[in-house]
Design a binder for this molecule. Structure first.
Ligand code: TRP
Length: 336
């Protein structure tokens, strides 16, 4: 708890372009929670996590700034909450080292993301990839976080975070708050528009499979028109129709309607009309974000100010936890 509010921590990698799936599965939930005054939110651009894969330096820097701006453009309030770069708060890396010493090789090797990523990057299975969940645990525990909004794919990492925290607390007393997952109501999982049994991915080779948050309106409409469905031309929410189900999920999420309401709205209509409606509904969310991004990109001083103020704020809270941890485990006290 911080000033009587629950602490919420969320992070997103600056690699690749943010997709509609990221927006609905993560960002939109954060925005809803940020606007709820019972939470103090830390929204982090986890740029250190991106280093597990080789990055082009200029590109990484650019993407990190774009993502931070996107947080704001999408509706996160940078004054009420704390929007910052992970690399600007050295406590993340420092706590991560300490927590490494409280984490077992065995439990890290059971992480499904590690198994998947090491299969995908067989030529670069570095130690960072292996200890990635420990850095994530440090992110979360550094702020005495109560809740972490996570998608299904990050639940295992939150579990290990809780295990590490409990293990540490078991030895040193109540040092860390044990975080709870927060799984959003809607749009938990948006699927590929081309292979609707696969998650929508940043890195899909088929450009028509993924809606990127920065796609222009015509591109969005075109991609929805090409979305893979089925041939019975009936708008019904069922697992047997994964393409249509996904489009209903997307439409529900942006219009806040239930699947049943969407079925009734499009009763008797064809797929063509429905796809166009989904595209337009998505554009009604994306276009204002684009306008705001455009304004922000022209106001360098404003973004710089946010970066500075929020990293100071994050550093303040991070240092508090870090000093407590250092003291508990027996590192020498600082002389002032
Ligand atoms: N590992 C998360 C992902 O790939 C990103 C992340 C890093 C994160 N640190 C976090 C998410 C802390 C929530 C809390 O999506």
């Amino acid at each position: 708890m911080l000033d009587g509010k629950k602490v919420l921590f969320s992070g997103m990698q600056a690699t690749g372009n943010i997709t509609l799936g990221n927006y609905m599965g993560a960002l939109k939930n954060w925005i809803d929670l940020n606007n709820d005054d019972s939470y103090q939110c830390f929204n982090c651009v986890v740029d250190l996590h991106s280093l597990t894969v080789r990055q082009d330096p200029a590109e990484l820097r650019k993407r990190a700034r774009t993502l931070l701006s996107l947080y704001i453009a999408a509706g996160l309030d940078p004054v009420k909450n704390c929007i910052y770069y992970q690399s600007h708060v050295s406590g993340h890396a420092e706590l991560s080292w300490i927590l490494n010493c409280f984490t077992y090789m065995g439990e890290l090797s059971r992480m499904t993301q590690f198994k998947d990523k090491s299969a995908k990057h067989a030529d670069n299975i570095n130690a960072g990839l292996f200890t990635y969940p420990v850095l994530m645990a440090a992110d979360i525990l550094l702020f005495q976080t109560d809740v972490v909004p996570v998608g299904a794919d990050q639940k295992q990492h939150l579990e290990i975070t809780r295990d590490i925290a409990e293990r540490f607390n078991g030895v040193y007393g109540d040092v860390f708050t044990i975080p709870e997952p927060y799984i959003g109501k809607v749009g938990a999982k948006i699927m590929s528009l081309q292979e609707p049994d696969k998650k929508m991915s940043k890195s899909d080779e088929n450009v028509n499979a993924t809606i990127y948050l920065m796609d222009d309106p015509d591109t969005v409409i075109r991609k929805f028109k090409r979305a893979v469905t089925d041939s019975d031309n009936e708008i019904r929410y069922t697992d047997e129709k994964p393409g249509i189900k996904n489009l209903i999920d997307i439409y529900s999420a942006v219009t806040n309607k239930t699947a049943g309401e969407v079925e009734r709205e499009f009763d008797g209509k064809g797929y063509g009309d429905f796809k166009l409606a989904v595209g337009e509904a998505v554009n009604s969310v994306l276009v204002p974000i684009h306008q705001r991004m455009d304004e922000l990109s022209k106001d360098k001083a404003y973004i710089d100010g946010i970066i500075k103020e929020n990293s100071d704020k994050a550093n303040y809270f991070a240092t508090k936890t870090l000093r407590k941890v250092q003291k508990k485990i027996g590192l020498p006290e600082r002389v002032r």
